[in-house]
Design a protein around this ligand. Structure first.
Ligand SMILES: *Cc1c(COP(=O)(O)O)cnc(C)c1O
Length: 385
């Protein structure tokens, strides 16, 4: 049995939507982009949605719109996909990492609170504390489709006048205390690479209620053209972060059945849970009581300390099961070590989860037989240890 790591969940209507676009001459900045954006306002209740050509582009525009610039400090998590920190480096801002909750892998609000009071303790080795470092924002990530503890984070942000950028790139459709992921801070970002819950090939969407920021981000996505600018007038330094119409049409079509797409993923997660929870040495994902809906992005198990994750990964790969360690900590990526001087031991919880976590094949198009097959192999390999 050949099982892919992930698979898009596309149907004939999605394919037809793309064909409809390519039968017209309008391949960018047309009605499908507007439709796609509207689907996010309708889903989340956000005032504005701005579609872009990647989640990273969306995060970067939020950093620009928040006015975060050179030397500014932003509290964020080292347990994430690198993009959430990279967008700070793009603007020469400084990621101030705090460690995570060992159960969920989400940023720990108590450590954020401590960092706001004792920032020097949290600065990277290669950054000089100059007395009053300009702490500007908090950038939490809804890891693996489960929202961070946003009420606690927002309370700290409010106390210190910080902007909150919620990286919901893994959490489209998740809810926290009944509220949609992405709406919980000042800005929320979703992403649509083919392994995400819905896909546009490449793409992202920003949501916000901030009129001024929304206008600026629309301009920055389109080469800095402000409303009223002609094609060759550029009020701002901008980017080409536009999504194309084929991608937007594919995404808009999937948004029509988002709930069904997420339900299928929930079913696959439940199949995994019922089979894996009884295997000694394997931990299944922990869901917080305030997570009112998990939007399953990946299925990450953790092995006991006794079990060598990398060795287990090799054994599973050798038996045809693709797997991926999730996440390798951001602070230990070579360019981060070089720039900021982080070391092994700086964020022990992140490093521990980074050593024990393994994503196993996951998508909404998996069958119960495939889940069975994978779980049987995991059970066999673990029992040999
Ligand atoms: C997928 C993802 C992104 C954005 O990824 P793109 O490939 O740029 O669309 C950002 N942050 C996190 C946490 C992600 O998982």
């Amino acid at each position: 049995m050949k099982i892919p790591m992930s698979s898009p969940d596309l149907n004939d209507a999605d394919r037809q939507a793309v064909i409809n676009v390519i039968n017209t001459p309008i391949l960018s900045m047309g009605k499908y982009t507007a439709d796609f954006e509207k689907a996010f306002c309708d889903l989340t209740g956000a005032k504005y949605a701005i579609a872009v050509n990647s989640g990273t582009a969306g995060l970067h525009l939020c950093v620009r719109a928040a006015g975060i610039g050179a030397g500014d400090l932003v509290i964020t998590t080292p347990f994430s996909f690198v993009a959430s920190s990279n967008v700070l480096l793009f603007e020469n801002a400084i990621p101030v990492f705090v460690d995570i909750d060992p159960k969920t892998g989400n940023i720990d609000p108590e450590l954020i609170a401590d960092a706001t009071k004792n920032i020097e303790k949290y600065l990277p080795r290669k950054v000089e504390a100059d007395g009053h470092p300009p702490l500007r924002a908090i950038l939490p990530v809804d890891v693996f489709g489960q929202p961070a503890d946003m009420d606690a984070i927002n309370a700290i942000a409010k106390e210190h006048g910080l902007t909150v950028i919620e990286d919901s790139c893994e959490a489209l459709g998740a809810t926290y205390k009944g509220k949609h992921a992405g709406t919980l801070g000042d800005f929320g970002i979703f992403a649509f690479y083919p392994n995400k819950q819905i896909t546009t090939g490449e793409g992202g969407v920003i949501i916000t209620n901030d009129d001024k920021a929304a206008n600026l981000m629309r301009a920055l996505r389109n080469q800095g053209r402000a409303p009223g600018d002609t094609w060759l007038q550029h009020t701002h330094l901008g980017y080409n972060y536009r999504i194309d119409e084929m991608s937007a049409a594919m995404g808009a079509s999937q948004m029509l059945r988002l709930d069904a797409i997420l339900s299928k993923r929930e079913q696959v997660a439940a199949w995994y849970e019922s089979r894996l929870e009884e295997i000694a040495g394997v931990e299944i994902p922990f869901i917080e009581s305030f997570t009112t809906r998990t939007s399953w992005f990946v299925y990450v198990i953790r092995f006991d300390k006794k079990i060598n994750r990398d060795e287990m990964a090799r054994k599973l790969e050798a038996r045809g099961i693709p797997v991926r360690p999730y996440f390798l900590p951001i602070h230990l990526q070579p360019y981060m070590v070089e720039r900021f001087g982080w070391r092994e031991g700086d964020f022990p919880v992140t490093e521990d989860l980074g050593k024990r976590g393994l994503a196993i094949p996951f998508s909404g198009v998996m069958t119960e037989e495939q889940v069975d097959y994978i779980c049987n192999i995991i059970r066999e390999e673990v029992s040999k240890i």
